[in-house]
Design a protein around this ligand. Structure first.
Ligand code: SAM
Length: 229
């Protein structure tokens, strides 16, 4: 469907660690916004204060997105410039945003996502695994359906990218070994763009041995090689 309105929703990526990783356009968009929708107004308040931006903030998160979508669309239709940010990275990438994007498009409102920080791209590129073709899986389910999801990926030939909590990194590596075999290549990037940024590369067995000795800490992206053909 062609968007009918000149108004639009702008999704603004914010840093995943290093505060210098924000674009000039992102800053200008936030400065000019009539309303900034934020996943966590306290977290975003710190970033906005750092950028010396003082614009009205409204919370928009998984627990209120269904309730607030209609009133947000109403504001955009009335001409307000609305920007959406999440706690870190690109909104709607394993973060709230998809619902609002879909609803805006349904209502004929244009959506623009500014290019900017997201964790999976540097992790994928740093991995040294093929990045010409890949699948982004985001977070695996924590319990129910987790094994089935992993089993369903055992014949995937493209590089696979996962977000994972540090508390489940060892479990994920053990399950990947179970379903993909011990020799599959993996790369784990932690704390991207932060002080303790580090990437560990090797076979699943080597990575598991590493993280059994050194407790996983910080934020992780796990990149797993696809099945060789
Ligand atoms: N919207 C974000 C993006 O564009 O990447 C993702 C948000 S999701 C709630 C948070 C997950 O992203 C973390 O659990 C971790 O897997 C990954 N992540 C975010 N920042 C990271 C960083 N600095 N280093 C490594 N992984 C990171």
């Amino acid at each position: 469907m062609i968007a009918k309105s000149t108004h639009k929703l702008v999704l603004v990526p914010t840093p995943i660690g290093n505060l210098e990783d924000i674009t000039l356009r992102a800053i200008r968009t936030l400065q000019e916004a009539d309303l900034i929708l934020a996943e966590d107004t306290r977290t975003s308040g710190i970033l906005l204060k750092h950028l010396k931006i003082s614009r009205p903030l409204q919370s928009y998160h998984v627990h209120n997105e269904h309730k607030t979508v209609i009133s947000i669309i109403d504001k955009i239709e009335k001409g307000q410039k609305v920007a959406l940010i999440s706690d870190a990275g690109t909104p709607a990438i394993s973060d709230p945003g998809f619902l609002l994007v879909r609803e805006c498009l349904k209502q004929g409102i244009e959506v623009e996502c500014l290019p900017g920080p997201t964790a999976f791209v540097p992790a994928l590129v740093n991995s040294g695994l093929p990045c010409d073709s890949f699948v982004f899986e985001g977070f695996l389910p924590q319990k129910k359906g987790r094994q089935t999801m992993i089993e369903g990926l055992k014949d995937e030939t493209r590089t696979m990218v996962f977000y994972e909590s540090p508390y489940r990194v060892v479990k994920a590596l053990e399950q990947f070994i179970e379903h993909f075999g011990p020799d599959r290549k993996v790369s784990l990037s932690r704390e991207l763009s932060k002080l303790y940024e580090e990437t560990i590369r090797g076979s699943l067995t080597e990575a598991l041995a590493h993280f059994k000795l050194k407790e996983p800490k910080g934020e992780f992206v796990i990149v797993v090689a696809g099945k060789s053909t």
